[in-house]
Design a protein around this ligand. Sequence first.
Ligand SMILES: Nc1nc2c(ncn2[C@@H]2O[C@H](COP(=O)(O)OP(=O)(O)OP(=O)(O)O)[C@@H](O)[C@H]2O)c(=O)[nH]1
Ligand SMILES: [Mg+2]
Length: 608
Amino acid sequence: MKRIILVGKPNSGKSLLFNQLTGLRQKVANFPGVTVELKSGRFDQYQLVDFPGAYSMSTLTRDEDIAVEKINQALLDQDTSLIICNLDATRLQSSLMFGMQMQALAHQYGKALVFALNMIDEVTRFGHQIDVAGLSRDLGAPVFALSAKTLDGIAEFKTAVIQLAAEADSSNLNTVALPPLDYSVQVKQSRLLATQYGMPSSVVLKKQNAIDAFMLNNVSGGIAFLLVMFLLFQSIFTFATPLMDAVENAIGVSASFITDLTGPGMLADFLNDALFGGLGSFLVFVPQIMVLTLIIGVLEDSGYLARAALICHRPLSYFGLSGRSFIPYLSAHACAIPAILAARTIESPRKRLITMLTVPLMSCSARLPVYALLVAVLIPDTRYLGGIVNLQGVAFFGLYLFGIVTALLVSLLLSRSAVTDNEKSDMPFILELPSYRFPHWKPLIHRVLSSAKQFIYRAGPVIFAVSLGIWLLGYFPTSAGGLQDSYLGVIGQWIEPIFEPLGLDWRYGVAILMSFLAREVFVGALGTLFGIDGADENIAGLAANIQADGLTFGAGMGILLFYVVALQCVATVATLKAETGSARLVGALVFGYGMLAYLLAMLCAQFL
Ligand SMILES: Nc1nc2c(ncn2[C@@H]2O[C@H](COP(=O)(O)OP(=O)(O)OP(=O)(O)O)[C@@H](O)[C@H]2O)c(=O)[nH]1
Ligand SMILES: [Mg+2]
């Protein structure tokens, strides 16, 4: 298939334009370095490829390396019909700096190129107008003003792209032998063109500077940062509670409705214990995942993340990390895998490696159900300041904080050790601050919904299978009750010695071992086990069941810390191996985190 490539400076709106052209939903967010690998989709009869952004053809970071390497391949490829070079109309100079290099290369390799002058809605909003015809004339290439957000100019652009690509396919431009690029010329020319056509930077920066005077100030910025982080984690707990209660009630009502229909017997036992007890107790946590995604999404789209990265650069440097590590660290609270990839934007290879190795310590959304369940068991629901601060919410925040602090300490250890190459640490820290924007709500809603869908699709089948397996083994041969005498009970006796020092009986052991398949399984497995065990089960109250069963505070805290630290995710391990290229290193990491987790759990059980 013939190909059209979409390139440009970071954060210039490439991915949003890509989504509009292909109908796909690649991640779009308001900070540089969102797209870190090539993504393709179909546009008309072409394959459209969205690239990571690059500031110039001489690269600083791994994502830029990938972009430039793949651009060079595309230039040599017969199948590349057209290059769309995306420009941010509000930041014309830096966009053109890359754009003009790209244009010279396209010329050199005989490729057709069109400029998309994106974000034109913002230019209009600032009361400025760009002379598009003049810019096109001076650049010597077609330029289309458009907005990937409001869709202004998109229809014309689509038609033009198809036409230009078809023309290029039939005309066979010839390679022109040009001397190698002299980048200083492009810098000078882009400055001239930007002064002539672009918005004066005083207009763009006025509002931004006013907010940044507060946000980047050492004192007010630091306080704002801590407040934002506290509210982020606290609100996962508070905002989601009503929704969680609703889901819990809905599951309870469905459970009693269905078991009324079936009447007592094995089928009812199965539905109650495995389906509603296992899968049901996991579904309760979906609202929390949605709230977490929503808040991270708002932060990402507002432009605040880049500021937070800047504020954190100094403190993170003490631990051998970079300010840019902040973005992978934050997004790892949703899932570690994209976060490990996002570490590609970190300038120093050494800091990138340390970031990747410590990202799994951030509490990802798979741990949320475990945290929420055990916090509800162990911590009383006490409220302060008229309900704004909730003790359970504070405990929740404490767990996230524990993950972050452990990650920082491990980073410090790694940065002082021989695992990493110290010579490559002195790379400049450069981060472009994006404009503040109101979050684009439509993609945000999609993202929230798809996070829920993914959460269910990813862990749901595993949880169902595990619940089913546990139920069968736990129900037979003594269906009358007596989990202890079931097949599972027998297996349980073998593993009990491992968990005894943690103050846990074999049921918790089974749930912990099973959660190496997916962490969320812990909740489903316990739900099923307590379901079989309890006579008149009330699935809505797994937390209450565990409390009544007498889980001690120390042992419970031990489980929590175990889940914070242990690396129990096959997909994360695979991604780490691919990105670091070292199975040994990743193996050692899994073992190290496992031992630390066990040790912490043991200390809690013995001393708390
Ligand atoms: N107002 C406005 N905002 C836009 C437009 N296009 C994109 N944005 C916003 O600009 C930000 C960056 O968009 P992306 O599509 O992620 O940019 P990108 O060029 O793919 O960025 P990288 O992948 O980091 O290189 C997001 O906050 C978008 O919502 C536009 O036409 N108008
Ligand atoms: Mg992108």
